[in-house]
Design a binder for this molecule. Structure first.
Ligand code: ZN
Length: 243
C-alpha cells in the first residue's frame, strides 16, 4: 500500500469506493466533477475473479487521459487486502458456488456485511487522508435488494462512523435512486460519449469474470444477474437517447 500518512487537501476532497464496475466508474466521474481532489480505494477480498480489480487501473487511466481536468484532480489509488473478511463472507462472488436465489430472498451473490466493512475501512483511510466525504455506488433501485445498499443502512452507518471517529463523515451515494438506464444517462451527462464509451469498454461487472465477448454494453457472459442488469439498462438508455 502507498504511504497513507500524507493528508490530501481537506477542502472539497472525496474518497471513492472504486471497484472498477460500471457503477463505481460513474461515481468516480461524478466525484471528479464535484470535488477538487479525489482519491480511490478498492478492496481485495478474495474475489474469484481479479478481472474487476484489473479494470480499476484501466478506468482510472482512461478517465485521466480523456478528461485532463479530471486527471489533475485524480490522486492516489489504494487497494486494501481484506482476504480474511472474504473467507468469513464466502458467497458466490468469493467461492465456487452457483449464482442462485436463496431461501431468504437474497441472491447467493450477497456478501454479508460487505458495504459495512468497506465503509468502515474506507472511513479509516479517509480519516488519515483528510477526506470527510466517502462516495459509493450503492443503489436501492434495482440492485438485487442487498440490505447494505439501502440508504437507511447508509444513514445509520454515516452516523455511526461520525460518532466513532468523532469527526464528520458524509456517505455520498449519487446512484441511490437511479436505475441502470439512468446510471448510463448520468455518465452521458457527466462526460458524454467519451465517458460512456470508456465505461462500456473498460469497466467490468460480470459476476463470472468473463471478458471474452464484446457486447454493445461491454464485456461479460451475458446471462449472470449482473450482465443481465447491465445489458437491460444499457438498452433502455440507448432507447431514450435515440427516441
Ligand atoms: Zn456475466
Amino acid at each position: 500500500m502507498t504511504d497513507i500518512a500524507t493528508p490530501a487537501s481537506p477542502d472539497r476532497s472525496a474518497l471513492v469506493l472504486f471497484s472498477g464496475g460500471q457503477d463505481s466508474a460513474t461515481c468516480l466521474a461524478w466525484a471528479l466533477q464535484h470535488h477538487d481532489r479525489v482519491e480511490t480505494v478498492g478492496f481485495d477480498y478474495g474475489q474469484r475473479h481479479h478481472v474487476e480489480m484489473a479494470a480499476r487501473g484501466r478506468v482510472r487511466d482512461g478517465l485521466a487521459e480523456a478528461f485532463p481536468d479530471w486527471g489533475n484532480r485524480l490522486g492516489e489509488d489504494f487497494v486494501v487486502d481484506l482476504a480474511g473478511y472474504g473467507a468469513i463472507a464466502e458467497s458466490a462472488l468469493t467461492a465456487d458456488r452457483a449464482i442462485e436465489m436463496q431461501a431468504n430472498g437474497l441472491p447467493s451473490t450477497f456478501v454479508p456485511g460487505r458495504n459495512l466493512v468497506f465503509l468502515t475501512v474506507a472511513s479509516a483511510l479517509a480519516y488519515r487522508r483528510g477526506h470527510t466525504v466517502l462516495v459509493g455506488g450503492m443503489c436501492e433501485t434495482d440492485f438485487s435488494g442487498y440490505p447494505d445498499c439501502r440508504r437507511a443502512t447508509l444513514d445509520a452507518m454515516q452516523t455511526t462512523l461520525g460518532l466513532g471517529l468523532d469527526s464528520p463523515v458524509e456517505i455520498a451515494t449519487p446512484l441511490m435512486h437511479l436505475d441502470k438506464a439512468a446510471t448510463w444517462a448520468l455518465a452521458d451527462t457527466l462526460g458524454g460519449p467519451d465517458l460512456t464509451a470508456l465505461i462500456e469498454e473498460e469497466s467490468h461487472t460480470c459476476y463470472r469474470g468473463e471478458r471474452g465477448q464484446r457486447h454493445d454494453w461491454g464485456y461479460g457472459c451475458g446471462n449472470c444477474p449482473a450482465c443481465e442488469l447491465r445489458a437491460r439498462g444499457h438498452a433502455a438508455w440507448k432507447a431514450t437517447v435515440s427516441a
